[in-house]
Design a protein around this ligand. Structure first.
Ligand code: AMP
Ligand code: GLY
Length: 418
C-alpha cells in the first residue's frame, strides 16, 4: 500500500516513522514534510491546506491511505473532499473537527451530554464579559473561540490581566472578530489522553504529558509544547477507565447522535482536579509533541490501525513496556520572533530517534526552519532512564540558535523519587 501523510512537523515525522515499521506499507509520501521526514518518505511540495492538489495527487498516485496531521487541514474539510472522491483518509470531517475548531461547540456538547468540564459562559460583548469576570473574580480563564494556534487562552490571575485579554479578544479583534468563552479556573496536573475513534468505538492510547511553558519550572510564555513523556505515573488504571467511560466514549457517542460521527484521533486534554478528572480541551487530531512519545511505544502495525479506524473495523492495540521522554529543541526567541536558516550539526552522533519539527535541507546541510526545530527522544526501563538518554543526545546536537528545557517530566520524576 502507498500512504500519504499530510503535515510538516514532529508529529508527522513520528507518524511516518511508525508507518515505516509497517509490513503493509510499500511507499510513504509526505506533503510537505521536512528535512528529517525526507530520510524516510518522499516529500511532495504541496501545502497542507491545498485540498484540491492533495486530493488529485492521492488519486493519481493511487494512494491507499492518507493520514492527516494538522488541524488546519481538517478545518478546511480535507476529509470531506477525499471521501467525496472515494479516497481512504484517516481523520474527522470538518463538522466533527468542530470539537477542536470551536471551543463553544465543544463546551455545549459536553454540557448537553454531562461530560465533566469547567463551568463556562460565552460572550461577544466586551461590557457584558467584563461584568461577568468582575462577578466571578480571579483567577479566571479566557479563551478566544476559534483556532488561535494555542495562543488564544489566557489564565488571568488579576483583574488587570483579565481586562487586557478581553480587550484584545473582543475590542481589538486581534484574532479576527469572534467570541470569548470564560471558564472557571481548575487546578491539578494535566495529561493528554489520545484515543482512536471510529463512530461509537473508542480505543485508548497510552497516556502522555506535554509541557506548554517555554522555560524550566513551567515558567515563561505558552508554546506549542516543549517536551513530553509517556506513561504518566500519576494517572492510574482507574483514572484511565474513568476518562474512557465518562469522557471519551460519551463524547464519541454524542458526536454520532448529533449527526457528525468522528473518525480519527480524539485527543482529550484532561486535568486531574481534586473533584475528579475534567476536560480542558479536545483536539481532533494527534497531539504534538505527545505523538512523538506515544507512537514509539506502539507495538501494533499502525497501518492496520489507521485502515481499521477509517473503514469502521476492529482495532487491537499492543504497547511496549518501555518509557519514552522527549525534549524539544526550539529556536532562541520562540514563541516570539526567531531566526531561521541556522545550520544544525551532530545529528549523526545521536543514538536514538530525533524527530524533525521545523527543519529544511540545503545542499546536504540541515537548517532550522521553525520555532520548534527538533524533538530528541529518549527511551528507558524507567522515565528517569529515558530522561537521561534524551539529555545525553541533546548534548550531541550542535547548533548556536537552539534552547531546550532540562526538566521535562519533572512531575513524574518527583513522584517516582517519593
Ligand atoms: P487550551 O488551549 O484550552 O488547552 O488551554 C491552554 C492551557 O491553559 C491548558 O493547557 C491549561 O494549562 C490552561 N487552561 C485552560 N483552561 C483552563 C481551566 N479551565 N482551568 C485552568 N487552566 C486552564
Ligand atoms: N500538545 C498539544 C497539542 O497538540 O495541541
Amino acid at each position: 500500500m502507498k500512504v500519504l501523510v499530510i503535515g510538516s512537523g514532529g508529529r508527522e515525522h513520528a507518524i511516518v516513522d511508525a508507518l515505516s515499521r509497517s509490513a503493509r506499507v510499500e511507499k510513504i509520501y509526505c506533503a510537505p514534510g521536512n528535512a528529517g521526514i525526507a530520510r524516510q518518505a518522499e516529500c511532495v511540495a504541496i501545502r497542507e491546506t491545498d485540498v484540491e492538489r492533495l486530493r488529485d495527487f492521492a488519486a493519481e498516485r493511487r494512494i491507499g491511505l492518507t493520514v492527516v496531521g494538522p488541524e488546519a487541514a481538517l478545518a478546511v474539510g480535507i476529509v470531506d473532499a477525499f471521501r467525496a472522491a472515494g479516497l481512504r483518509i484517516f481523520g474527522p470531517t470538518k463538522a466533527a473537527a468542530r470539537i477542536e475548531s470551536s471551543k463553544e461547540f465543544a463546551k455545549e456538547l459536553m454540557s448537553r451530554h454531562g461530560v465533566p468540564t469547567a463551568a463556562y459562559r460565552t460572550f461577544d460583548d466586551y461590557g457584558q464579559a467584563r461584568a461577568y469576570v468582575e462577578q466571578q473574580g480571579v483567577p479566571i480563564v479566557l479563551k478566544y473561540d476559534g483556532l488561535a494556534a494555542g495562543k488564544g487562552v489566557v489564565v488571568a490571575r488579576t483583574m488587570d490581566e483579565a481586562d487586557a485579554a478581553l480587550r484584545d479578544m473582543l475590542l481589538d479583534d486581534r484574532f479576527g472578530a469572534g467570541r470569548v468563552v470564560i471558564e472557571e479556573c481548575l487546578t491539578g496536573p494535566e495529561f493528554s489522553f489520545m484515543c482512536f475513534v471510529s463512530g461509537e468505538n473508542v480505543w485508548p492510547m497510552v497516556s502522555a504529558q506535554d509541557h506548554k511553558r517555554a522555560f524550566d519550572g513551567d515558567r515563561g510564555p505558552n508554546t506549542g509544547g516543549m517536551g513530553a513523556y509517556s506513561p504518566v505515573p500519576f494517572i492510574t488504571l482507574d483514572d484511565e477507565r474513568y476518562a474512557l467511560e465518562r469522557i471519551m466514549r460519551p463524547v464519541a457517542a454524542a458526536l454520532v447522535s448529533e449527526g457528525c460521527p468522528f473518525t480519527g484521533v480524539l485527543y482529550g486534554g484532561l486535568m486531574k482536579t481534586p473533584q475528579g478528572i475534567k476536560v480542558i480541551e479536545f483536539n481532533a487530531r494527534f497531539g504534538d509533541p505527545e505523538t512523538e512519545v506515544v507512537l514509539p511505544r506502539l507495538a501494533s502495525d499502525i497501518a492496520d490501525v489507521f485502515c481499521a479506524v477509517a473503514d469502521g473495523g476492529e482495532v487491537a492495540l499492543q504497547w511496549h513496556d518501555f518509557a519514552t521522554l522527549g525534549i524539544v529543541l526550539a529556536s532562541k526567541g520562540y514563541p516570539g520572533d526567531y531566526a531561521k536558516g541556522v545550520e544544525i550539526k551532530g545529528l549523526d552522533a545521536v543514538d536514538d530517534t530525533v524527530y524533525h519539527m521545523g527543519t529544511r535541507s540545503d545542499e546536504g546541510r540541515v537548517l532550522t526552519n521553525g520555532g520548534r526545530v527538533l524533538f530528541v527522544l529518549g527511551r528507558g526501563a524507567t522515565l528517569g532512564e529515558a530522561h537521561a538518554a534524551a539529555l545525553r543526545n541533546v548534548a550531541r546536537i550542535d547548533c548556536d540558535n537552539l534552547f531546550h528545557r532540562t526538566d521535562i517530566g519533572w512531575q513524574a520524576l518527583d513522584e517516582t523519587k517519593k
